[in-house]
Design a protein around this ligand. Structure first.
Ligand code: PMP
Length: 436
C-alpha cells in the first residue's frame, strides 16, 4: 500500500506542529515510528487517507465516533448549529436538553456542567471533591488514564500502594505527592492506602470499566468494595466514564447489567466526554446536588469555559445519543464484535500465536500474551513488538487499529458483516506473516 502523500505531509507537519501531531496518541511512536496516516475524509465505518487508501476504522477516534463517520443525523445537527451561529457566550435551551438526557441515563448526576474535554471534566471533579472535603490527596489506579491534568498524570512507583511519581516532565513533585496509585482489580492496595492516608483522601478516582490498558472489567465485588471503603474513610468516589458512558449500553457503568447492585456502586461524581459530543469537543461532569453546589456561580470552587456547552457540540451530542436509543443498536455492535473477536482468537490459535481478547459488548482489546489481562501489570506484559507488527500488517491491508497495544477496538453502528469478513481475512494473513 502506497502512502507517499502521508509521508510528505508528515515531513511538513513536523516543521510546524510539535511531533507532527496534535495528540501524541496519534503518532506511530508506539508501533515502530514513521509517518502516521493522514486522513482526508470518513464515511460510516471507513476513512480514506490522502493517498486514497480506504481503511476499515476500528479506532472510532479513540471512542467518540460510535455512530460511524458523518452519520446523517449528527451531520444535520452540526449544520443546523453552524447556520445559527456557533457561540454566543450566553446560555441556550439545547444545553438543558442534553443535561436532562444525561441525568436520565445516569441517575447519580443530580446536576451537570459542560466543559470541553474529558481532561477538564476529570480535573474539575477533583477540584470539587477537594473543595467539599477540605482534603487534598486522591487515590487512582495504575494504568487508568484520566486526561493530562497535572494531578492525574502520575503513575505508580513500585509496591502495593505508592505516592505518585510524575509521569510527565513539568509536574511538580509536590503535586504528584498528592496522588496515591494502587493496583486495579484488587482491594488490598486501596485498603493499605486508606489505612495510611485515609483522613487526607478527598476522592478515589477510577475508570469503573477500564478502557486504557485494554478493556478490563472490574472483578465481581471490586467496585462495591471500593465504594464502601472510600465512604468509610470519608472520601468521595469519582467515576471517569469518559470512555465507558454510552459505549456498552444506553447509560453508563453505573446502570450496566453486569453490576446487579447499582446502589452499592453509585459514585458521588462522574466525568464524561467522547460519545456525548457526537464527535465534537465536549466534556461534562456531574453528581450529587450538594457537591455540585460547590461550583461557581453557586459555590467557591471556580470552573469556567468560553466554549463550554457550545451549540454545535451539544446538538451533535443530542443527535448521537438519539441514534443510540434506536432499538437493537448495541445488540448489533455486540454481535459483530463477538464474531470478530472469536474469529481473531480462532485464527491466532491456528497460527499458534498467544492472544488474549477482553471484549465488552461492542469493544475489545487484543493482548499478545497467553495470560488473562485484569490489571495494568498484566497488560504491560503483553508483547508490544508483536502488536506493532500486527498493527502494520493490518494497516497495509486496509484495517486501521489504534497505534498502541493498550487501546481498544471500537465497533460502530456503521460496521457490517462484510467488514468483519474483510478484517478476519486480513488478520489471518497478518498472523501467517507474523510466524513466517
Ligand atoms: N478519561 C478517560 C477514561 C479517557 O480515556 C480520556 C481520553 N482518552 C480522558 C479522560 C481525557 O479526555 P480528553 O482527551 O477529551 O481530554
Amino acid at each position: 500500500m502506497q502512502r507517499d502523500g502521508s509521508a510528505k505531509l508528515y515531513d511538513e507537519a513536523q516543521q510546524h506542529i510539535v511531533g507532527g501531531v496534535n495528540s501524541p496518541s496519534r503518532s506511530f511512536k508506539a508501533v515502530g515510528g514513521g509517518a502516521p496516516v493522514f486522513i482526508k475524509r470518513g464515511q460510516g465505518a471507513y476513512f480514506w487517507d490522502v493517498d486514497d487508501n480506504r481503511y476499515i476504522d476500528y479506532l472510532a477516534a479513540f471512542g467518540p465516533i460510535i455512530t460511524g463517520h458523518a452519520h446523517p443525523k449528527v451531520t444535520e445537527a452540526i449544520v443546523q448549529a453552524a447556520q445559527n451561529g456557533t457561540l454566543y457566550g450566553a446560555p441556550t435551551e439545547h444545553e438543558i436538553k442534553l443535561a436532562k438526557v444525561l441525568k436520565t441515563a445516569i441517575p447519580s448526576m443530580d446536576k451537570v456542567r459542560f466543559v470541553n474535554s474529558g481532561t477538564e471534566a476529570v480535573m474539575t471533579t477533583i477540584r470539587v471533591a477537594r473543595a467539599f472535603t477540605g482534603r487534598n490527596k486522591i487515590i487512582k489506579f495504575a494504568g487508568c488514564y484520566h486526561g493530562h491534568a497535572d494531578l492525574v498524570l502520575v503513575a505508580a512507583g513500585s509496591g502495593p500502594s505508592t505516592l505518585g511519581i510524575p509521569d510527565s516532565a513539568g509536574i511538580p513533585p509536590s503535586i504528584a505527592s498528592e496522588v496515591i496509585t494502587v493496583p486495579f482489580n484488587e482491594l488490598e492496595g486501596l485498603r493499605v492506602a486508606l489505612e495510611r492516608w485515609g483522613d487526607q483522601i478527598a476522592a478515589v478516582m477510577v475508570e469503573p470499566i477500564v478502557g486504557n490498558f485494554g478493556m478490563v472489567m472490574p472483578k465481581p465485588g471490586f467496585l462495591e468494595g471500593l465504594c464502601k471503603m472510600a465512604r468509610n474513610a470519608g472520601a468521595l468516589v469519582i467515576y471517569d466514564e469518559v470512555i465507558s458512558a454510552f459505549r456498552f449500553h444506553y447509560g453508563s457503568s453505573q446502570t450496566f447489567s453486569a453490576f446487579p447492585d447499582q446502589e452499592a456502586i453509585r459514585p458521588d461524581l462522574t466525568a464524561l466526554g467522547k460519545i456525548i459530543g457526537g464527535g465534537l469537543p465536549i466534556g461534562a461532569y456531574g453528581g450529587r446536588a450538594d457537591l455540585m453546589a460547590m461550583v461557581a456561580p453557586l459555590g467557591p470552587a471556580y470552573q469556567a469555559g468560553t466554549m463550554a456547552g457550545n451549540p454545535a457540540s451539544v446538538l451533535a451530542g443530542l443527535a448521537c445519543l438519539e441514534v443510540l436509543r434506536e432499538p437493537g443498536v448495541y445488540e448489533r455492535m455486540e454481535r459483530l464484535a463477538a464474531r470478530l473477536a472469536d474469529g481473531l482468537l480462532e485464527s491466532a490459535s491456528r497460527h499458534r500465536i498467544p492472544l488474549t481478547i477482553n471484549r465488552i459488548v461492542g469493544a475489545f482489546s487484543t493482548h499478545f500474551c497467553a495470560h488473562p489481562v485484569t490489571n495494568y501489570e498484566e497488560a504491560q506484559e503483553a508483547d508490544g513488538e508483536r502488536f506493532a507488527r500486527f498493527f502494520r500488517l493490518m494497516l497495509d491491508r486496509g484495517v486501521y487499529l489504534a497505534p498502541s497495544k493498550y487501546e481498544a477496538w471500537f465497533l460502530t453502528i456503521a460496521h457490517t458483516d462484510a467488514d468483519i469478513d474483510e478484517t478476519l481475512t486480513a488478520a489471518d494473513e497478518a498472523f501467517r506473516e507474523m510466524v513466517r
